[in-house]
Design a protein around this ligand. Structure first.
Ligand SMILES: Cc1cc2nc3c(=O)[nH]c(=O)nc-3n(C[C@H](O)[C@H](O)[C@H](O)COP(=O)(O)O)c2cc1C
Length: 191
């Protein structure tokens, strides 16, 4: 597939089939992260894969798949819960550069996931201290992101819109969510 088409096709996948992801496929994703750019090429980021169902469930209970701007329900439903997570860590407190490195690595993984028919998304909303302790991570590591990975159970598509349209769905001034609803005139008829 053409690179631009591939980039356009990448979407955050938040609904997953209840099917395990093979270790090889997860390794394959992380291998793409090895080749991403990194400040001073210091390659500080470490990836902690969680596949054991009991542990995956604990991570699910302590992270959020939320933030829905279209009002669609079911995104947090357990029947679509991710079958695997990757905790992304850096040593010490996270810097802007760490997040930049993580973003580049994530983009590689996200593009690779398309080739391997996987889906993933970045989770920023999680309980860092609880998960760090639960996963028994080294004291000096800080979790800066969770990546949920699995076989997609949805096929979101991106559409190009103008800024004026964006405001119809998400108010950028006060961050208020707007749920699109049909105007009455479109749903009522007089007989
Ligand atoms: C830094 C970062 C943090 C994010 N954190 C969350 C999160 O905590 N929960 C969530 O549901 N989505 C999270 N997302 C996913 C965004 O909601 C998603 O990227 C956005 O809706 C655009 O969709 P797209 O990735 O398909 O373009 C995060 C994305 C980024 C880049």
């Amino acid at each position: 597939m053409d690179l631009l088409d591939l980039i356009k096709k990448r979407r955050s996948i938040k609904k997953f089939k209840q099917k395990p992801v093979e270790r090889e496929s997860l390794l394959n994703l992380i291998e793409t992260a090895c080749f991403s750019h990194s400040i001073c090429n210091r390659q500080n980021i470490r990836y902690w894969v969680v596949q054991d169902p009991a542990k995956v469930d604990f991570v699910y209970q302590h992270s959020s798949l939320g933030w829905v701007i279209d009002g669609e329900d079911g995104l947090t439903d357990e029947k679509f819960a991710p079958p695997a997570y990757i905790a992304v860590t850096v040593p010490g407190s996270a810097s802007h550069a760490d997040y930049a490195d993580a973003g580049a690595a994530f983009q590689n993984m996200a593009l690779m996931s398309l080739q391997t028919q996987l889906g993933l998304f970045w989770i920023h909303a999680f309980s860092e201290e609880i998960l760090k302790s639960f996963l028994n991570l080294p004291e000096e590591q800080t979790i800066i992101a969770l990546i949920a990975v699995g076989h997609p159970a949805e096929s979101p598509v991106a559409i190009n819109i103008d800024p004026v349209d964006a405001d119809k769905f998400f108010n950028l001034k006060d961050k208020a969510q707007k749920v699109p609803k049909l105007k009455t005139k479109y749903i009522v008829s007089w007989r």
